[in-house]
Design a protein around this ligand. Sequence first.
Ligand SMILES: Cc1cc2nc3c(=O)[nH]c(=O)nc-3n(C[C@H](O)[C@H](O)[C@H](O)COP(=O)(O)O)c2cc1C
Length: 185
Amino acid sequence: MNILELAKNRKTVRKFSKDIPPIEDIKYAINIAKEAPSGKNDQPWLFILITNKEEKVKIREICEKGEKAFYKNSKGRLKEWLDKMSFSWEKDFLSEAPYLLFVFSNSKSPFSKESVWISIGYLLLALEEKGLSTVTYTPSNYNEISRFINPPENYKLEVILPIGYSIDNKHKYARKDLEDILIIR
Ligand SMILES: Cc1cc2nc3c(=O)[nH]c(=O)nc-3n(C[C@H](O)[C@H](O)[C@H](O)COP(=O)(O)O)c2cc1C
C-alpha cells in the first residue's frame, strides 16, 4: 500500500483480538517513528512497551479511576459527543490489547510535544502497514499513570497506544474535502 492508501485505511480501533502480533512489527513501527523530524534534532521521544498482563490490568485500573471522574464531570457538547459515540469510563482495550505502548516527550527539549506527535503520526501509518491497529488514548489522569510507569526524569507522558489486531467493526469516519481545508494564494 502506498502512503495515501495507508492514511485512508487507518482508523482508530478500540477492540482487539487476543492474538499476539510479532514484537518485531512493533519494533518496525518504532524504528520508523524515530525518523521523524524534531526541534534541534533532539529526538525527544521515549517509548516504553508493556506486554505484561498484570501490569496492563493495573494500568487499566488506574486509568479507569481517572475516567470515572472525567465522565462524571463532563457536560455540554463534550458530554453529548461522548454519549453519541457510546463511550464510557470503561477502557477494556487497556487490558485486552496485546501491547500497550507508552510514548513520552523530554520536556527539556525544544518543541518536544510537537516533535513527539509527529513521530506518533509516523508510527500510526507504520502500524497500519503491518496490519496493526491502535487508539491514541490520552488518559484523564496523566500524572498518576506516569508515576506508575516511572519514566526517566523530565519525560512527560503524551499518549498510550494499545496495539493489536482489530476486531472492531466501526467504519472509517469521513474527512473534510481538500477544498475545505486548503487555501492557496
Ligand atoms: C490527540 C488525540 C487524542 C485522542 N484521545 C482519545 C482518547 O483519549 N480516547 C479515545 O478513545 N480516542 C481518542 N482519540 C481518537 C479520536 O477520537 C479519533 O482519532 C477520531 O474520532 C477520528 O476517528 P478515526 O481515527 O477512526 O478516523 C484521540 C485522537 C487524537 C489525535
